[in-house]
Design a protein around this ligand. Structure first.
Ligand code: SF4
Length: 368
């Protein structure tokens, strides 16, 4: 297992709630940010005493972390740099909502060490952004990207949504082309899921949702097109130019250690998984974490690694568990190879793009 640890800071505030969103976030209220940043810093101090390991990735996610001001990042990163052992050239990512670009001081952020942006584009079609309830336009997103690039950001990821009601192959191709032509390095792409508790869930009968075949067609089109533009499909939902995989997110898929701070944030440390409640009040009052069991065993590791295009590799498996990939996994995988869902070599098992479409079920079948 990698001996370094990732840090995730959750910022649970947004200007408004998007109707499909299931992340823990609440509307920003007056004076919330200063108090929240102070709380994050005190939690960081707590962890600094128990983490002797090096930190090699930092990720500000949300909610909308780009609502924070440069001085807030200065305060948080100041504590991290002072009390943790932060590796040189650590990847530090900030999620950016295009609506917040006018408040962002990109040069100041870079000076603080933030070197990667993940921008919530979702679609390069204004009618689709409207359907998603996003408060920005395509040109807001474009201006944000160009501004960040002009201030020296050279590692930018864009989020793209697939299976938006009304989305067509043509409109998806327009969104993909937008990403490729604006010269960014990474794309994260998610199928629209209707989660319980969201506004979309309440109105699900009125939404013209894509059926499974339509979703599959759009997903495969996305994989194929991004590959033709030189993106490497390295995880079910993630594509990167060579050398630009998300080091932080790879921690999750490699079952390596990370600490998540903030309501709803999850951690995996010293073989144990734990998380904070999805509740800002309790984070402020009694920020106790909830134990979520042991982590990193063979099954869990295999489940996570099979999300990566690289899949399970015998020599890496051996390093971690002192023996190779179980022969039963190969036996199970070979059965699905004939349907084009799995790729097997002598010492590896991985899913194909088609396999990724049914990954939940397929991975369960391989590792049973
Ligand atoms: S801005 Fe992002 S986190 Fe906030 S509600 Fe919309 S999708 Fe959710």
């Amino acid at each position: 297992m990698n001996s370094s640890v990732g840090l995730y800071i959750h910022v649970p505030f947004c200007n408004s709630k998007c109707p499909y969103c299931d992340f823990y976030s609440i509307n920003l209220y007056k004076d919330a940010l200063n108090a929240y940043v102070d709380k994050i810093c005190s939690e960081l101090l707590y962890y600094s005493n128990m983490v002797g390991k090096e930190i090699d990735t930092i990720y500000f996610g949300g909610g909308t972390p780009s609502l924070l001001k440069t001085e807030h990042f200065e305060e948080i990163l100041g504590v991290i740099y002072k009390f943790f052992n932060v590796k040189k050239e650590t990847e530090i990512t900030l999620e950016v909502n295009p609506t917040t670009r006018n408040n962002l001081d990109f040069i100041g952020l870079r000076t603080l060490g933030i070197n990667r942006l993940s921008i919530g584009l979702q679609s390069a079609n204004d009618n689709e952004l409207k359907k998603l309830g996003r408060r920005h336009t395509v040109s807001d997103a474009e201006n944000t990207i160009r501004l960040a690039q002009s201030k020296g950001f050279k590692n930018i990821s864009l989020d793209l949504m697939i299976a938006i009601p009304g989305q067509t192959k043509e409109s998806l191709l327009r969104s993909i082309k937008f990403c490729c032509e604006i010269n960014i390095q990474h794309v994260s792409s998610y199928l629209l899921k209707i989660e319980e508790g969201t506004e979309f869930y309440k109105n699900r009968n009125t939404l013209k949702l894509k059926d499974e075949d339509e979703q599959a067609e759009l997903y495969l089109l996305l994989c194929e097109t991004l590959k033709s533009y030189g993106f490497n499909h390295y995880e079910i939902s993630n594509f990167s130019k060579p050398g630009y995989q998300s080091a932080h997110n790879l921690k999750y898929w490699n079952a390596n250690e990370y600490i998540g701070i903030g309501p709803s944030a999850h951690s995996f440390l010293n073989g144990t998984r734990f998380y904070y409640k999805r509740d800002l009040k309790s984070f402020f009052n009694t920020p106790k974490v909830i134990y979520d069991g042991k982590g990193g065993d063979e099954q869990e590791y295999s489940m996570l690694r099979l999300r990566l295009s690289e899949g399970l590799k015998n020599h890496i498996y051996k390093e971690r568990f002192d023996h190779g990939i179980p022969s039963q996994y190969f036996k199970n995988a070979k059965f699905y190879e004939q349907y084009g869902l799995v790729r097997c070599t002598e010492d590896s098992i991985s899913l194909t793009d088609k396999g990724f479409l049914v990954s939940n079920k397929l991975i369960g079948e391989i590792i049973q």
